[in-house]
Design a protein around this ligand. Structure first.
Ligand code: NAI
Length: 331
């Protein structure tokens, strides 16, 4: 039998946490034959709720779940973890300035970076979900210099999956037949959902989405804004932000990273830019990636037209500004 993998979920008493921990315990993140030990962290005001989640995990009698650590102590939470899913953060409340929210999150991610660096397993893979996801991941990277930079990522897979979902609805095809959309940039409304290289499996072979949709106006406008604004649409409908889809996408992100992407398929991940596609290095930016043997690599050589170039640059610009704001909050 395989040794258990230790998976940390921060903010585990929250909405996404509640949807995510049972998925992990059922093998959706790491495979149906992979035992797991869950580490759940939250803050003291949520300790009782966190304990309730632990009680439910016991009650669900998950065969793959070999242990649960539920704690408000960041060191205990981080010790020995192989995978860290960072969902905990400080939400923007009404009337709060962007800078105030950033200050709170920068300080959370700075201290959690140190705890992971000192106490996590060597080669721990980190996924930041909490917003501002790209910039929280960047701060985590900066303050955990001994963790390889390729091990620190942020979630844009939800946006990627939303793009596949919109294409599938529009064309009335199975979402599993649509692939190779791309989310470029920030997990924010400046992200660029790009279907210029996306394809659909049809009885007549693989066809480009552009050819099948044949409505450039829809693809260049409504499709893009629908994906960009989907988070807000969910909040409007549900009065809470996306949780089950965020949890499911976090599982997709880690599963593909650890177990590999299917041949000929790429996915979107927020990763540390190496300057590919003339995106400034030093940002956590969402790129198309393939994964093999536990390593991601950016898909190279895709053509970028003028329309796309502007959108790639705009979201990079926003990330540079967020980075500057985050640094100004450190001092
Ligand atoms: P939530 O408010 O229900 O849960 C957040 C949890 O984090 C709470 O239990 C809170 O007590 C905890 N927390 C706060 N500070 C903490 C700290 N220092 N250490 C550990 N835990 C801490 O929020 P929800 O809906 O679960 O969302 C979580 C985050 O994910 C938010 O920042 C949200 O904006 C973000 N998000 C990101 C998405 C993405 O695609 N990247 C999609 C959806 C949400």
């Amino acid at each position: 039998a395989k040794d258990p993998i230790r998976v940390l979920v921060t903010g585990a008493a929250g909405q996404i946490g509640y949807a995510l921990v049972p998925m992990i315990a059922r093998g959706i993140m790491l495979g149906a034959d992979q035992p797991v030990i869950l580490h759940m962290l939250d803050i003291p005001p949520a300790a009782e709720a966190l304990n309730g989640v632990k009680m439910e995990l016991v009650d669900a009698a998950f065969p793959l779940l070999k242990g649960v650590v539920a704690t408000t102590d960041v060191v205990e939470a981080c010790t020995g973890v192989n995978v860290a899913v960072m969902v905990g953060g400080f939400p923007r409340k009404e009337g709060m300035e962007r800078k105030d929210v950033m200050t709170k999150n920068v300080s959370i991610y700075k201290s959690q970076a140190s705890a992971l660096e000192k106490h996590a397993a060597a080669n721990c893979k980190v996924l930041v979900v909490a917003n501002p996801a790209n910039t929280n991941a960047l701060i985590l990277k900066e303050f955990a210099p001994s963790i390889p930079e390729n091990n620190i990522t942020c979630l844009t897979r939800l946006d990627h999956n939303r793009a596949l979902g919109q294409i599938s609805e529009r064309l009335n095809v199975q979402v599993s037949d649509v692939k190779n959309a791309i989310i470029w940039g920030n997990h924010s409304s400046t992200q660029y959902p790009d279907v210029n290289h996306a394809t659909v499996k049809t009885p007549a072979g693989e066809k480009p989405v552009r050819e099948l949709v044949a409505d450039d106006e829809w693809l260049n406008a409504e499709f893009i804004t629908t994906v960009q604004q989907r988070g807000a649409a969910i909040i409007k409908a549900r009065k809470f932000s996306s949780a089950l889809s965020a949890a499911s996408s976090a599982c997709d992100h880690i599963r593909d990273w650890v177990l590999g992407t299917p041949e000929g398929t790429w996915v979107s991940m927020g990763v540390y830019s190496d300057g590919s596609y003339n995106v400034p290095s030093g940002l956590i930016y969402s790129f198309p990636v393939t994964c093999k043997n536990g390593e991601w690599s950016i898909v190279q050589g895709l053509s970028i037209d003028e329309f796309s170039r502007k959108k790639l640059d705009l979201t990079a610009q926003e990330l540079s500004e967020e980075k500057a704001l985050a640094y100004s909050c450190l001092s």
